[in-house]
Design a protein around this ligand. Structure first.
Ligand code: NAD
Length: 357
């Protein structure tokens, strides 16, 4: 577990995890082990162009303590970056069980296995080891339009089953630091967007539906406000946290880009109008369709990331405008990727390349 030891990324076949692995391989000299269960959201095609000698895939569940303990003993990582989760709010409303199992029970299992491993390390390796718990701003609940943005001191008031399961995992991670001294740091980030995002999420869904000539469904009045951060900026923030974050602390990560959902959708339409005009010359905005709001839909989240900016010197590189333009161009250039996810063909690829091993 010395400085040349690998890191373990959980959930590395998902949206943020795969972007993080990409960012790690481009910027750091050491290897990455990707521990992923490959749920519907896990897509190894996201990583298929990366160099095999720097990246190892382990197919497994963070709830499987024998597997996790065996992996830690065998590969002796110097850090764990924990992304694996059930991540979609709508799915959590329809079926919360998987969220409790993976996000709460899975995280506590991973922490216990890590504690067992960490306690046996020599003192210098123990001191250098880190567990980064990746979480969301949704744990803080909802803000009114007048309230200041969430700081790290804001009380937890999670409203959806997803947010509640993440809040529980944040408390567990914190307790493992407080009680056992496990070197845990937690990050709470706002909404991410960028390449390789599963097309059930707002931005890739809108791009796909727009190009397919389908309605662009916007919940309620579309005035729910979210802060948006380009995924590569999130990945940089996690690398900064790993390098110099203080143990036991939590860091809010945000893009300083509060936008109502309807404005996000309109901007996507405008970018598509410029990049790939509709054949009939009309704007993609004509496809916007308001639909019944999601139950318990939070009106506003906003994140104050002063702490990470001043303590760790991190700052986002993309503005919402530059990041969204880049993202729309990526989805236009990678329509086959989206089609393979929507058709389920990415699963056949996983079968062919991994199931036989
Ligand atoms: P995602 O749904 O795209 O990916 C999740 C990954 O975890 C998938 O590859 C899946 O196969 C894997 N996984 C799920 N259950 C597992 C289990 N039991 N064992 C092993 N692997 C499992 O999610 P994402 O959007 O990339 O989010 C990653 C993390 O970042 C999550 O913890 C999420 O709460 C957090 N987060 C996400 C956002 C966002 O906007 N997407 C914002 C802030 C924080």
């Amino acid at each position: 577990a010395g400085p040349s030891a690998p890191i373990i990324v959980t959930g590395g076949a998902g949206f943020i995890g795969s972007n993080f692995i990409r960012c790690w391989i481009a910027n750091e000299p050491t290897a990455v082990i990707n521990l992923d269960k490959l749920t519907y959201a896990g897509n190894l095609e996201n990583l298929s162009d990366l160099p095999g000698e720097r990246l190892e895939f382990v197919h497994g569940d963070i709830c499987d303590s024998a597997l996790v303990k065996g992996l830690l003993a065998r590969r002796r990582p110097r850090a764990i970056i924990h992304f694996a989760a059930e991540s979609h709010v709508d799915r959590s409303i329809h079926g919360p069980d998987a969220f409790i199992t993976t996000n709460v029970v899975g995280t506590s299992c991973l922490l216990e296995c890590t504690r067992d491993y960490w306690q046996r390390l020599p003192a210098d390796e123990q001191a250098a080891f880190r567990f980064i718990h990746v979480s969301t701003d949704e744990v803080y609940g909802m803000l009114t339009p007048e309230e200041p943005a969430f700081t790290e001191q804001h009380p937890f008031r999670p409203n959806s089953p997803y947010a509640a399961s993440k809040a529980a995992s944040d408390h567990i991670a914190r307790a493992w630091h407080h009680t056992y001294g496990l070197p845990v740091i937690t990050t709470n980030c706002s909404n991410n967007y960028g390449p390789y995002q599963f097309p059930e999420k707002l931005i890739p869904l809108m791009i796909h539906n727009a190009l397919a000539g389908k309605p662009l469904p916007v919940y309620g009045d579309g005035l729910q406000v979210r802060d948006w951060l380009h995924v590569e900026d999130h990945c940089d923030a996690i690398r900064s946290t790993l390098a110099t974050g203080r143990l036991g602390e939590t860091y809010n990560i945000g893009g300083n880009s509060e936008k109502p959902n309807i404005a996000v959708v309109q901007t996507i339409c405008d970018l598509l109008d410029a990049e790939r005009p509709r054949a009939d010359g009309k704007s993609y905005r004509t496809q916007i369709a308001f639909v019944t709001d999601r139950p318990g839909h939070d009106r506003r989240y906003a994140i104050d990331s002063t702490k990470i900016q001043s303590e760790l010197g991190w700052t986002p590189r993309e503005t919402f405008e530059s990041g969204l333009r880049k993202t729309v161009r990526w989805y236009l250039a990678n329509q086959v990727w989206t089609e393979r996810v929507i058709s389920g063909a990415y699963r056949d690829w996983i079968e062919k390349n991994y199931a036989a091993r």
